[in-house]
Design a protein around this ligand. Structure first.
Ligand code: ATP
Length: 257
């Protein structure tokens, strides 16, 4: 396997908060167009790693490579332009604006207030409208294109959040607990969506629901105390004695696809 097989990788990545080491020596290799999940007990450093990948926190050591380019010292908004996007929960949506408008603004890759500025070019607007239409089609939101985002069902809102990330045409999409707080039906829909995205995107997600993790991941990285504990296929991870111990022998349930 060569480095070009990886959409995203980290080399010895570390993050400290003051003297506290939240992430240490993290070597991560995310294969292109796969679904890769990150699991681990509370406080394992999963969110910290996402923050480092998106540029929200600066690593204290190591480096990050996105599609062959070193992005370690690139600003968060620049990273989006290089092809990494994070799906945020609800907070990224404008509840009073229609679904299509939310996506158009996201597609323009600016803060909403910048995107509303009058100097926006007609050309960029047309491209953004096309992107919004494509994303709605893929996420089965076309039927609610003109509804204010705040009036959508919970499941639709969560799909729209993913759409907001997709609108920047990322190669890598990061999702932090994409199914948290969802009912059974919405979970099934989100699982199908993540699998579908994995066909032509690289999806990296943090998840506590082991059923989902075991079911849709190509690869799982298990973290504990800021470090990588085990990595492998769902079957490998589930059978690993270290993982069983980390989870006190429970929680590693769920079907393997
Ligand atoms: N801004 C911060 N300042 C100091 N310590 C922090 C900060 N953010 C996180 N931590 C600590 O770093 C450790 C890792 O936290 P992090 O949120 O990355 O874990 P996590 O694996 O995402 O956990 P959870 O599953 O509970 O979300 C925790 O011990 C946490 O208390």
């Amino acid at each position: 396997m060569t480095t070009t097989d990886f959409a995203l990788s980290t080399q010895g990545l570390g993050v400290t908060y003051g003297k506290f080491v939240a992430l240490a020596d993290m070597d991560l290799n995310i294969r292109r167009n796969t679904v890769h999940s990150i699991i681990g007990p509370n406080g394992a450093g999963k969110t910290t790693m996402f923050h480092a990948l998106t540029g929200r926190v600066m690593p204290s050591s190591g480096s990050i490579t996105l599609n062959g380019k070193d992005i370690t010292h690139i600003r968060d908004d620049e990273r989006v332009r290089h092809g990494i996007a994070r799906s945020f929960q609800v907070t990224s949506l404008f509840p009073t604006l229609p679904v299509a408008e939310n996506l158009r603004l996201a597609a323009q890759g600016k803060t909403p207030w910048q995107a509303l500025a009058p100097w926006r070019s007609a050309e960029s607007n047309r491209a953004a409208l096309n992107t919004a239409a494509e994303v709605m089609e893929r996420l089965r939101l076309t039927g609610v294109a003109h509804r204010p985002a705040g009036e959508l069902s919970h499941g639709q809102q969560r799909r729209l959040e993913v759409g907001m990330a997709m609108a920047s045409h990322p190669s890598v999409i990061l999702m932090d607990e994409p199914t948290s707080g969802m009912g059974v039906e919405d979970i099934e829909e989100m699982k199908a969506l993540i699998r579908d995205l994995g066909q032509d995107h690289t999806v990296l997600f943090i998840e506590h629901n082991m059923g989902i993790v075991m079911n849709i991941s190509d690869t799982i990285t298990v973290m504990r105390l800021g470090r990588k504990l085990v990595e492998g296929t769902p079957a490998t991870v589930r059978a690993d004695p270290e993982v069983q111990r980390a989870y006190l022998g429970n929680m590693i349930t769920g079907d393997i696809a």
